[in-house]
Design a binder for this molecule. Structure first.
Ligand code: SF4
Ligand code: SF4
Ligand code: FES
Length: 654
């Protein structure tokens, strides 16, 4: 006999019928029905514990009120979230929570975005039976680390912060100390927090008990202007809200994208927010001749640049000119920069200046971040991927804890061969298994991409399913490779971009980058966009400066001072990352939009327009395009980008 298992369950929430999957929590069924249930201890990324009792609801045929956050629906369940009983209990819970609360909302950083404030207003009693003078006071402004401060009077003991460490990072740095009414949140053995992810705590805390020391008393939520962005610190692609006040970035807040960051940021990314303020911004266009520097209009600087390009091309050929770009530029800027270099100037030297970029291959972004959880095994080659993109560690921890994925970290470097690595991994896979095919993810830094490819191919040859995530440098490092911003390359890996490495396997090829060619004295002219964003080692920077001054000309479009602006014969003010709109592509190949969070600091046209004006001066007949029109053009030429659109992943034909 075949038993049919229903795929949905019918429930009614406050008279609204809704179909949900079996196993759904009452809380989620209510959300599905458009009914709000207040919660404190429940959190969408953590297991239910039902300790705060804020979400109690009445369920017909059950004798007691039930916690919506920990009760699973059953067929034809009838739920009431605003019955007399529920309203009374909620008022009681809030009255107790506020009994000893300091009521310091006017000076609390969370005032205006606090669930205690909001729920007290919406669901709380109009008066309290406890006199204000009887409040029990506790420690305020307890410094847990250089980054996080705890106010014990505001804590409602929801346990979220402790569970965050248990379930999300696995580090267990916070504990519930003491017993009963004396219970407080404390660090383990009174040690400072050391986690690289502690900046998530104030967002996990539903009230103002845990706050960012960097942001204390800086702004109220209604003072802030918020825009959607992507963290600029690495190529993981974490989604952020960029909160600004008075034309300065004051904080980054997480913007949950379950496919990418799962709502977590690392501290390096989160606390880089204020580094975008100030700095030695370049405010006017300059032309340098001999020892003198003249301030000129931007239009004149562009005309001079066009004349210099024509002069050098006529004398030495177009290949004497290089176009050097940073991996912080948007895809749209990269696209126009490579068109300008290759099709207007006619040089093949268009480059993102990163070692190993020339060996990039489309399959390097084959493993999606969320697919890590669907693998049976994940091999992380070396420590660089997690050191560079720390939120990857949280994804790996979740995969292991929640989905039983075997995460293996294998040492790499010091001359080991890819063959040794492969044998070790294959032996590990055979260990304790029946030999049936498994799905394996291989995560490696781009410098180890060759070993990762060898490993993938060996796994495929054994009948397993395997794919790679190669972690590149720069927030848009993947975009630069996809769009062919490598010397001698072409957009979309056309013609087997991996110079000398067309077979798709083997060691990555580290050809001379454009920076190497400048160092070797092989160029006469240079166009640089955002040179300050190039990942240059200190010794390279030191060696580069004198070589740059020997060029016949250098046009630098820079937002802040650095070696390129200091040596440029023609300098035009550029725009910072948060002054731009467009798209950036993360290591896993996700094409994500960024929007300007700040107005331009000066009146110079944005880089997209500067590139178009320069192309026009050089004889091109480009129509004027904004970033959306440019994205359409590049998507027309690269099908993987057309398929990805905004927010999707590129999928390359092998
Ligand atoms: S500090 Fe915040 S997150 Fe931690 S238990 Fe108290 S209220 Fe909850
Ligand atoms: S992992 Fe990278 S993208 Fe994500 S928050 Fe950290 S630095 Fe930013
Ligand atoms: S949110 Fe359900 S008991 Fe706390």
């Amino acid at each position: 006999m075949i038993t049919q298992v229903s795929e949905t369950v019918s429930v009614t929430v406050d008279g609204r019928a809704v179909q949900v999957r079996p196993g759904t929590l009452v809380l989620d069924a209510a959300t599905e029905a458009g009914v709000h249930i207040p919660i404190y201890c429940a959190h969408s990324k953590m297991d239910p514990v039902a300790v705060c009792r804020m979400c109690l609801v009445e369920i017909e045929k059950l004798p007691k009120l039930m916690p919506a956050c920990a009760t699973v629906v059953t067929p034809d369940m009838v739920i009431h979230t605003a019955s007399e009983k529920v309203v009374k209990v909620r008022e009681g819970v809030l009255e107790f929570l506020l009994e000893n609360h300091p009521l310091d909302c006017p000076v609390c950083d969370r005032g205006g975005e606090c669930d205690l404030q909001d729920f007290a207003f919406r669901y709380g009693p109009t008066t309290s039976r406890f006199p204000i003078v009887d409040k029990v006071h506790s420690d305020k402004a307890v410094k847990l680390s250089e980054l996080i401060e705890l106010d014990r009077e505001r804590c409602i003991l929801c346990w979220r912060c402790v569970r965050y460490y248990d379930e999300i990072t696995g580090e267990q740095e916070l504990v519930l100390d003491r017993r009963g009414v004396d219970t407080v949140i404390a660090t383990f053995a009174n040690r400072e927090l050391t986690s690289a992810f502690q900046g998530n705590l104030p967002e996990v805390c539903p009230v103002g008990a845990l706050t960012h020391r960097q942001y204390r008393f800086k702004a109220r939520p209604w003072d802030l202007q918020r825009s959607s962005g992507v963290c600029p610190e690495c190529s993981y692609g974490c989604n952020i809200h960029v909160d600004t006040r008075n034309f300065e970035v004051v904080r980054f807040a997480s913007r949950d994208n379950p496919s990418v960051d799962d709502m977590w940021l690392c501290d390096r990314g989160r606390y880089s927010a204020t580094s975008w303020n100030g700095g030695a911004r370049i405010s006017s266009s300059h032309i340098r001749k001999g020892g003198s520097v003249a301030v000129v209009p931007c239009s004149e600087a562009l005309e001079q640049a066009a004349a210099a390009i024509a002069r050098v091309t006529a004398k030495h050929g177009a290949d004497a000119i290089g176009v050097l770009v940073s991996p912080r530029l948007t895809n749209e800027e990269l696209w126009l920069a490579q068109l300008l270099g290759r099709e207007v100037i006619g040089t093949q030297h268009v480059d993102v200046g990163a070692a190993f970029a020339s060996g990039a291959q489309p399959g390097d972004s084959g493993l999606a971040l969320e697919d890590i959880e669907a693998c049976s095994d994940v091999v992380v080659v070396g420590t660089e991927p997690e050191a560079y993109s720390p939120v990857l560690t949280l994804r790996l921890f979740k995969a292991a804890r929640k989905h039983g994925v075997r995460v293996r970290r294998v040492a790499w470097g010091n001359g080991e061969s890819a063959g040794v690595l492969t044998r070790e991994v294959l032996a590990g896979l055979a260990d304790g298994r029946d030999g049936s095919p498994v799905r394996v993810g291989v995560v490696a830094a781009e410098s180890d991409a060759g070993a990762a490819r060898d490993l993938r191919d060996a796994l495929l040859a054994k009948g397993h399913s395997a794919s790679i995530l190669s972690v590149v440098h720069g927030v848009n490092g993947r975009g630069a490779r996809d769009l062919g911003l490598v010397d001698g390359g072409a957009p979309g890996y056309a013609g087997g971009q991996g110079h000398g490495n067309p077979g798709g396997t083997g060691s990555p090829v580290s050809r001379m980058t454009l920076v190497d060619q400048v160092l070797a004295g092989g160029l006469k002219g240079l166009l640089v966009l955002d040179g300050a964003g190039l990942p240059l080692a200190a010794d390279v920077t030191a060696a580069l400066a004198p070589r740059l001054r020997k060029l016949d000309f250098m046009l630098a479009i820079e937002s802040v001072s650095g070696i390129f602006s200091d040596s440029a014969s023609i300098l035009i003010p550029g725009h910072a990352y948060f002054e731009k709109g467009g798209t950036v592509t993360s290591s896993e190949g996700r094409v994500q939009r960024i929007r300007p969070a700040l107005p331009s600091s000066g009146d110079t046209p944005r880089e997209l327009l500067l590139l178009q004006k320069l192309a026009t001066l050089l004889g091109a007949t480009w129509e004027q395009m904004d970033e959306i029109a440019v994205f359409r053009r590049l998507a027309d030429r690269i099908p993987a980008y057309a398929a990805a659109g905004y927010g999707g992943r590129t999928r390359w034909m092998s």
